[in-house]
Write a protein that binds this ligand. Structure first.
Ligand SMILES: [Zn+2]
Length: 493
């Protein structure tokens, strides 16, 4: 495919390589758009701590997500492959590639630890369990560590969580399938979290899909620090926390920080996949999201200082990023619609090398799939042939920093013959970004819709150039069509 690895990157056989013995710690905060981060120029000061810590970091300014929500975005990060290859598109899908093609497997000389608050990401981690020495199940860092379902239905957590949700949680209609159990359970949990509730006037942080699954970032960060202080070294750690994912329940000290600041209605056109969200709700949520990012920023800084104080940073590469962004425009709220506008695609990425003394800013386009080869490179290990990303600057040779395509796809539906019937494909080439939509019921039958923007001159993605820059547009669409044909041939097998 056209987005394949540049041939200039040397590929070694990883099996017999040694490493430099340094640890790698990847910290992911879920649904964190670079567009809401003041380190990257956002006009509300959401990340004062990151701005300070950046003095000893490599700051990536044009980092792209692997997908528009947790499953494809996390799969790209963990496998070093694009969605075209890993094909984890739907909620709770696993990756299609060999289960050995993942970041834990290639760190096979390391002690490997993994945890995520997010059950969708945990589905992926569980696919790689053979390669993880310490996998902590997602309920472990919630206040109700092991609800009945996970004890009784260890081998089928999907069924268990569905049963639990229907039986014990009050659903959209305001009641559960059981008459009293849900109320008793609600009281039990509320008693359990009564002490911390005053710290979170908007509600204690939780995973909205399952309700009542309360956690705090403070607890997660403290647990992470103490887990690492006793972990065998060298280690590879993957820790994926839910904030600033919705609901945006920030801590009391950050609540209403941005009240009175200028939050305006978006001037962007309503999208064909819009959710009909009222604009005033969009403005409120946007501010709440920013105030939740303050919490992430403060807690990440606390983690940084804990690791600094216990000496861990002297021998650890700390990588900070996200799995996808969040959107407050075009009638779309959050990250549920299969679109790849910059609020969804543009992510934070910072690398804190062990002995870094100064800030380095990188403006090259980078991608979630680059983290796997880069983590191998900085620990002096070989990179497997199946990895599709590049070694990030400044670690790769300059020849690897070619202006390569960045591409992803979200498949929503396939027809009875296995062909892709409804999807959004994205391609970034040079300054241009294309999003191609087809098969959606909002479109007339057999029609498609294409957006194409010049990200350098039109970062807000307001001027669709598809019918203006015909030559480039045809080439880019041709690439995406060819990639779809190839994916269709895979699916038909
Ligand atoms: Zn996510």
């Amino acid at each position: 495919m056209s987005y394949a690895i540049p041939p200039s990157i040397s590929r070694a056989n990883i099996a017999n390589e040694n490493s430099n013995g340094q640890n790698v710690l990847i910290v992911v905060f879920d649904a964190w758009s670079a567009l809401n981060i003041s380190l990257y120029g956002y006009n509300h000061p959401t990340t004062p701590n990151l701005e300070r810590l950046a003095a000893k970091a490599i700051v990536y300014h044009n980092h792209f997500a692997g997908g528009h929500f947790t499953t494809p975005g996390t799969a790209s990060l963990l496998t070093g492959t694009t969605a075209w290859t890993h094909r984890a598109f739907k909620h709770n899908e696993i990756v299609n590639a060999s289960t050995e093609n993942n970041i834990f497997n290639v760190f096979n000389r390391y002690h490997r630890l993994a945890y995520t608050h997010n059950p969708l990401a945990d589905t992926l981690l569980r696919q790689f369990l053979l390669d993880i020495e310490e996998h902590t199940p997602w309920p472990d860092q919630y206040f109700q560590k092991d609800p009945l379902n996970f004890t009784l239905f260890k081998k089928d957590q999907d069924i268990a969580s569905l049963g639990w949700r229907r039986g014990m949680k009050r659903l959209e209609a305001g009641h559960a399938y059981t008459l009293f159990l849900s109320q008793i359970y609600e009281n039990f949990i509320n008693n359990k979290v009564a002490d911390i509730a005053p710290n979170f006037p908007r509600g204690i942080p939780n995973y909205s899909e399952l309700g009542l699954n309360y956690f705090t970032l403070e607890q997660g960060i403290d647990w992470l620090s103490s887990s690492l202080s006793t972990a065998p070294q060298p280690f590879l750690g993957y820790y994926h926390f839910l904030p600033p994912h919705d609901p945006y329940n920030t801590r009391q000290d950050f609540m209403d920080t941005f009240v009175g600041e200028n939050y305006q209605l978006s001037n962007k056109p309503i999208h064909l996949l819009d959710q009909g969200i009222a604009e005033d709700r969009m403005i409120d949520r946007h501010r709440w999201y920013d105030e939740f990012i303050l919490y992430v920023d403060a807690e990440f800084a606390r983690l940084y200082h804990q690791l600094e104080q216990n000496g861990m940073l002297e021998n650890t590469w700390l990588i900070l990023t996200s799995d996808h962004g969040e959107m407050f425009e075009r009638g779309i709220l959050g990250h549920v619609a299969p679109v790849f506008h910059q609020p969804i695609s543009h992510l934070p990425l910072m690398i804190f090398p062990p002995d870094q003394k100064q800030r380095v800013d990188i403006f090259d386009k980078t991608n979630a799939i680059d983290i796997l080869p880069t983590a191998l490179q900085i620990t002096e290990q070989g990179i497997p042939d199946w990895a599709e990303g590049i070694i990030l600057p400044p670690f790769g040779s300059s020849t690897s920093r070619v202006d390569r395509d960045i591409s992803t796809i979200q498949v929503e539906r396939r027809d009875s013959n296995g062909r892709i019937a409804e999807a959004t494909a994205m391609l970034v080439r040079g300054d241009y970004k294309m999003m191609w939509y087809f098969g959606y019921e909002q479109l007339e039958e057999d029609t498609e819709f294409v957006e194409m923007y010049d990200l350098a001159r039109d970062p807000e993605e307001l001027h669709n150039l598809f019918s203006i820059q015909k030559l480039v547009a045809d080439e880019m669409l041709g690439t995406l069509r060819a990639n779809i044909d190839e994916l269709n041939s895979v699916y038909r097998q």
